[in-house]
Design a protein around this ligand. Structure first.
Ligand SMILES: [Zn+2]
Ligand SMILES: [Zn+2]
Ligand SMILES: [Zn+2]
Ligand SMILES: [Zn+2]
Ligand SMILES: [Zn+2]
Ligand SMILES: [Zn+2]
Ligand SMILES: [Zn+2]
Length: 386
């Protein structure tokens, strides 16, 4: 019995499978900090995928059913994917999209609102009619129904098309195999085509099964690390844990839950800088901020300040005394650094001033010269020879 992707799209590939692919040579830094980012990952913009993937072209269904007459396209195209429409989807608000975008939203995204006006669509009709209002369809007009998605179809061809889209079709264009689930499909493409599916894309990308890409081992490695020509720049990795994530959001969520972030740096606008654990973060506090070194505060964790003054105020108030040693050294180091910067800057400023003075002098000289010439001319012109 085949399962349908609408109910199993959240199925995931196991992490063991990911790590068993031996991607040890991908250039990540073990325990590096902050975490390593290979570049911006595609947010897997479904809209762009829709228009570029040929989603609304019916190559698969035509192939499966030997059907070639389903190409009476509407000129205006679908408001979501912009592709020409063969079968329309319409609901109570009477906005029409192509049936595939409607099916994708309902089955894969679990969204039941109109993409255009956001009205809730409890029931959707798939039809060939570009204009007939939703309210004019009677029960006898819609003999085919998918109970779970509450989609009503005008005829069997539309209904079959919908069912086929929700099955585990092999993404190879020349292959007509329909599998029983993701694991089955993965085995099939490996065995029959010597190709792989990307586990992360399978898990997260909301597209129909046949729209997924198949990769050779090398292509798959490249897909993870570099991405592809579509603008996708690879799946980001947490270098602390050596785990890959679908996109930045998933990576950041992992980092927030599993690693540490400095709240002082965060307030200063430094985002997405993580430390593997609290020990690393504490080291950062010691190096770059003002950490209270009293044991009770070290045990409490996160007792750290932006300025020396704040720390002193805390020490007086909470502990009644300062700890000078390490912190004084820390402060001294900062002072030298600051002084160096101001020295460097003053040097640059001085040079700049000298340069502008030079320009002024040159300009003055030119003006002077011109004046002299003018005066000379004036003199020669007006001087009455004696
Ligand atoms: Zn569409
Ligand atoms: Zn609407
Ligand atoms: Zn196949
Ligand atoms: Zn992928
Ligand atoms: Zn991690
Ligand atoms: Zn910090
Ligand atoms: Zn303290």
């Amino acid at each position: 019995m085949s399962e349908s992707i609408s109910s199993t799209s959240a199925q995931t590939s196991t992490r063991t499978e990911q790590s068993s692919r031996g991607r040890h040579n991908r250039g990540g830094r073990a325990g590096g900090r902050p975490y390593h980012r290979r570049g911006q990952s595609e947010r897997h913009s479904e809209n762009s995928a829709q228009s570029s993937n040929g989603i609304c072209k019916f190559d698969k269904i035509d192939r499966v059913k030997g059907n070639t007459d389903s190409t009476s396209f509407n000129e205006n195209g679908c408001i979501i994917c912009t592709e020409p429409i063969t079968f329309y989807a319409v609901a109570n608000c009477n906005h029409r999209t192509c049936h595939l975008c409607s099916l994708r939203l309902r089955a894969l995204y679990k969204i039941k609102n109109c993409a255009y006006c956001k009205t809730e669509q409890t029931k959707v009709i798939f039809t060939r009619d570009p204009e007939k209002p939703f309210q004019d369809y009677g029960d006898t007009d819609l003999p085919y129904k998918d109970e779970k998605l509450n989609i009503f179809c005008e005829d069997q061809e539309i209904y079959d098309d919908m069912l086929i889209r929700l099955k585990f079709n092999c993404p190879d264009k020349k292959c007509e195999v329909i599998c029983d689930g993701w694991q089955d499909l993965k085995k099939h493409v490996r065995r029959e085509h010597k190709l792989w599916l990307c586990d992360l894309c399978v898990q997260h990308k909301k597209i129909f099964t046949e729209e997924h890409k198949l990769f050779t081992r090398n292509q798959l490695d490249k897909h993870y690390t570099e991405g592809d020509e579509s603008g996708f720049t690879g799946h980001p990795r947490c270098d602390f844990c050596r785990i890959d994530f679908y996109g930045d959001d998933e990576l950041y969520e992992h980092c927030r839950n599993s690693h540490e972030q400095c709240h002082i740096c965060l307030q200063a606008g430094i985002r997405h800088q993580y430390y593997i654990d609290y020990n690393e973060l504490e080291q950062h506090f010691r190096n770059d901020h003002f950490l209270c070194l009293h044991q009770e505060c070290l045990d409490k964790k996160f007792v750290v300040f932006k300025t020396d003054i704040d720390l002193k105020a805390h020490e007086l108030e909470t502990h009644g005394s300062y700890i000078s040693g390490q912190r004084a050294k820390q402060h001294e180091a900062r002072r030298i650094e600051v002084n160096f910067i101001s020295y460097g800057e003053s040097l640059r400023n001085r040079r700049r001033n000298q340069e502008s003075q030079k320009i002024e002098v040159t300009t003055m000289k030119v003006v002077d010269l011109q004046l002299k010439k003018l005066c000379g001319k004036y003199r020669t012109k007006n001087q009455t020879p004696l």
